[in-house]
Structures are given as structure tokens and as C-alpha cells.
Design a protein around this ligand. Sequence first.
Ligand SMILES: [Zn+2]
Length: 428
Amino acid sequence: MTAALETRIAAEIAARREALIALTQDLIRIPTLNPPGRNYRAICDYLAARLEAAGFTVELIRAEGALGDSDVHPRWNLVARTEGTRPGDCVHFNSHHDVVEVGHGWSRDPFGAEIEDGRIYGRGACDMKGGLAASVIAAEAFLAACPDFAGAIEISATADEESGGFGGVAYLAEQGRFDPERVQHVIIPEPLHKDRICLGHRGVWWAEIETKGRIAHGSMPFLGDCAVRHMGAVLAEMEATLFPLLATRRTEMPVVPEGAKQSTLNINAIHGGAAEPDDDYTGLPAPCVPDRCRITIDRRYLIEEDLSEVKREVTGMLERIKTARPSFDYEIRDLFDVRPTMTDRDAPIVRTTAAAIEKVLGREAAFVVSPGTYDQKHIDRIGRLKNCIAYGPGVLDLAHQPDEWVGIADMEDSARVMALVLAELLAA
Ligand SMILES: [Zn+2]
């Protein structure tokens, strides 16, 4: 890349500061809440108009029949592509357009996109409408600075990342849209911070464990068998043996934050006995011995661990309890799993982005791995594309929090980094 092109790109990004702010605000003001998956079509239509004006060919793709798709809440995705003047690589920016529920504790309108002290506030500001806006501005700035480029640029806005991505990137990957013959470089502008490159994520295994009991009158518990007490034994065994064991396992992956450099397990939920009464129910509960109790576990595992071993560890623990505890019976059901993934530090997208970060910020890029998964899992496994990273503005810790915000200067810097990546890979 020539110094002249670098200067032109910096100027084009600077000239788009107001456009970047307005775009981010517009995106935040479309409340794409997931669940249940609201306004997906509206945000795709908005982006379609924007990107068509910038010269992209736009397709809106509904993930018909995918997990979560329905006529009431259809799973709409957008894929936009613009071709250069000659053959070359395709650089793809993938952002999810859904946001999580608002939750409590906001001091501002979660969909108002208010600006204060250089920050834009709102649900999805950081995760990840700020990143989506930065990638659109980066592409527009690059196209203005370098209309004669090789290859292609793609921008996608996809559904349901927050609920697994099956109606979004997984669906597109199944349609061949991330095949290495079609797309060679992928950046996912998740909020990992403007000076960090996220190479991948730990693995996940979700399962449901159910303990069995027998219902009886609560005044004569000896006539039944309490499933909640059996689950108590499971939890006690986890505390005594499993959690301490997981804490000893450390990974070589650069996972952040520090606490996630080990294997972890969360108990997402516990349900047992009588169902919780409705809010308007004013009576007392009925006395029954619970005949079943369920927990959902969320086990995050390391690239050094093996999924079948991870599962055996839990079933082995349950079997041990079974031999020691009279009438203990259980069932375990797999819900979901994702293998860990980590892009090579020498991969072209990693090296190019690291160099661009150094140019824009004047310091070396940091390499991180995410504690949780994101859509890279589908690009990696279904799309078979390994040259993929997450890179975008925003502070990861703010994601899903009340008063979520994204910094305007951070968005500008990352947009410049992304535009320089385009220049390096496509302007040759
Ligand atoms: Zn996200």
C-alpha cells in the first residue's frame, strides 16, 4: 500500500465521522431484540438501502426452517457484495444485527442512542451495532479512496448470534456462503477493543441433568423419593471434586479475562418440584415430594481438552453418586456443543490486521481468545474457513449490561484499521 493511499483513507474516514455517528444511532434505534427476534426485516431493509447506494449488490435471505424461524419472527439476513475491477480475494465483514433483552438498571433510553462525552448509548451499541457501523464506513471510505481495486468486499448482517446463530451465520454457511473459494478473509467486528485481535474461542458443552424421584404427600416424605435431595447430592459432589479439578486445568490459549484461562462450569438453571406460581397467584403451594429436578450445565472447555473426555468426567461423577447413594437415578441429555477454535497467528487476516492496528494506534496489537463462542464457530466448522478473526470497537465487558455504550473515537479508529486491511489485501 502506498503512503498516498493511506493518507486518502485516513481523510475519507475522518470525513465520515458524522455519518458514522448517524449510522450507529439509526441501527440502535431499530430494536432487534432476541429473543424473540424482532425487526430483523426492518434492519436488513435499512442496511440494504444504505449499501445499495454505496454500490453493493444486496441479497436478503430468510433462514427458512432454521431453528427460531417462524412467520411471526422470520430470521432475515443481509449479504451485500461489491466487485472490484479485476479478480482477487474477497474480504467479508460479518456482524450480527440482533441484540439481547434490555434488562434492568438503565439510566437512559435503551433505544434512544443518546450521545454524551463521545459515547453513544443503547442496547447493542457495543455488541455490536457500533462494529457493524464501523465496517460499513470502512468499506465506503475504502471504495472512495480506491475505486480501482482487486477482488471483492462483502458485508453481512446476520440474525440470532445471541441465540446460537442457527438462523444466521450457520444458515448462510450451510448455503456455501463462507466456502473458501468464495470468501478468503473474514472479520467479525465484535467488541473486542480496537487494539486487540480475537483469534477464536473456547469450546462449549451444554447438557441437562435430571434426577428422578417419586411424588408423595409432603407430610410423609418417606413414602416418596425427593428428586431435589438427589440433585443436592450432585451439587455437593460438583463442589467437592469437579470444580476444584476444573480450576487446575489451564490453557495455552490467550483467553481473556484471566479467569477464563481455565476450564469452567456454570449451572445455568435449576428447576425442581412444583412449578413456580404465576405472579398473580396469591395462594399457598401444595405439599408434594418433588419427583424430578433438573439443572442445565454450561461447561466451557479448552483447546487442550477433548469433548468426549469432558462428557465422561460428568457422567463418571453421576455414576459414582449412583453407586454410593440408594435409589439415585438420573438422565443426562446433550443440548449443544461447539469445538474450540483458534486461527493461526500467521494467517493473512491476522498479520494484516495486526499491521494496520500498529499503523493507526502506534502500538502493537494484542492477541486474545474469547471466553464464549460467537459466529466464528459456524464459519470455521460449516464454512471450513480458517482465515477468520473477531476485531471491532467497544469494551467487551459492557456487552449485555445496562447503559451499554460505544466510544465514537474507538469506532473511528477501528474503521480506519478495517479500511487499511482492505487496502492491504485488495489494493495490490
Ligand atoms: Zn455480539
